[in-house]
Design a protein around this ligand. Sequence first.
Ligand SMILES: Cc1ncc(COP(=O)(O)O)c(C=O)c1O
Length: 396
Amino acid sequence: MTNPHRSHWRLNPDIDFLNHGSFGATPIVVLEDQRRWIERLERDPIEFLGPERSLLPKLDHVRDCIAQLVGADSEDLAFVRNATDGVNSVLRSFPFAAGDEVLITNHGYNACNNAARYAAEQSGASVSVAELPFPIRSSSQVIDAIDHSMTSKTRLLLIDHVTSPTGLVLPVKELVELAHRRGVRVMIDGAHAPGMVPVDLRDLDADYYTANHHKWLCGPKTSGFLYVRRELQSTVHPTTISHGANTPELGRTPFLAQFNWIGTYDPTPILAMPTAIEFLSGLVEGGLSQLMRNNHTLVVAGRELLLDALNCSVPAPVEMLGSLASVPLPAERFGDKAAVNAFQRQLYREHAIEVPVFLLGGTLPCLRISAQAYNSIDQYQRLADALRTLTCQVER
Ligand SMILES: Cc1ncc(COP(=O)(O)O)c(C=O)c1O
């Protein structure tokens, strides 16, 4: 089956690429746009890169495009290299005092949970972990787990919009309301959200929100944004302190001045973002919203095939999925990290399928699929067939 959208990407046609979630994949038209930016930069590096010359208006133009997409004021969005950078900027700036707690979850991204541990350690604060179930029946289980884990010492909740290992779209609006009622600030790690699910930062009302452009918005690696509520912006600093700390003219506001220049860097992944958004918006009739719905429908159908092959019941309600979905694998077959790693390599080497396999919480083996415009249902069917074969191999 030929997917007409596939030709827009450079992905190896011999591989069923079912892992858009990890690093995204960038369409050719976006890479070409980035290439043009690189050539313009290299023709006249000082004129192009010098913030006081011509870089700032270009960044501000992209900022306006992203702000419109995620329902924010452009002044509240700084650019970062990636979501890890955004999370670190907030956590390492956060005014923790000894005895404070930061609340994270067991579905949080390891790098970001590490950042929380590091930032807490530096100031005598501690980290507590809310245990979200998986398999899960409803989003109210998430709300209950967070509610029960907050204490009078909790200062900050770090929560994913879409969880990395389990692909769950969390009830972030309800969680922000809950945390704010308890006087707790909320940092949302939305690494996967823009381009996968609708994002409206004004409505969400979180204190901090970061996301990647290079995942579901298909931008070049490395590019993302950090939103900070206006009244907190003077307290948040980039992970690299540079000229912006005492040169406010480097941005529309002192906050943006700090993030606009973090030492010499390549701004071309950011500058290619309007082309990425335009490309995704024009790919299917109905625009980006329809593309997100199509990807969701495809991942749900793909998951059905896998659940059937594994003889496994539904591990998460469809309403909690975007365009990622995880399924548990037989625990008796994949009991340790070596076994899941070997299985992932086997799927790649013997079946030409790229898909992540991992142990959730160090114990539950899972496999996660992604669905992007270039994927088609026959690819999940091939994965399901491979799983059937490999599961039979175990039973012999
Ligand atoms: C929830 C979440 N947060 C953060 C990240 C880190 O993204 P990056 O490596 O681009 O910073 C990921 C990557 O998959 C993720 O899934």
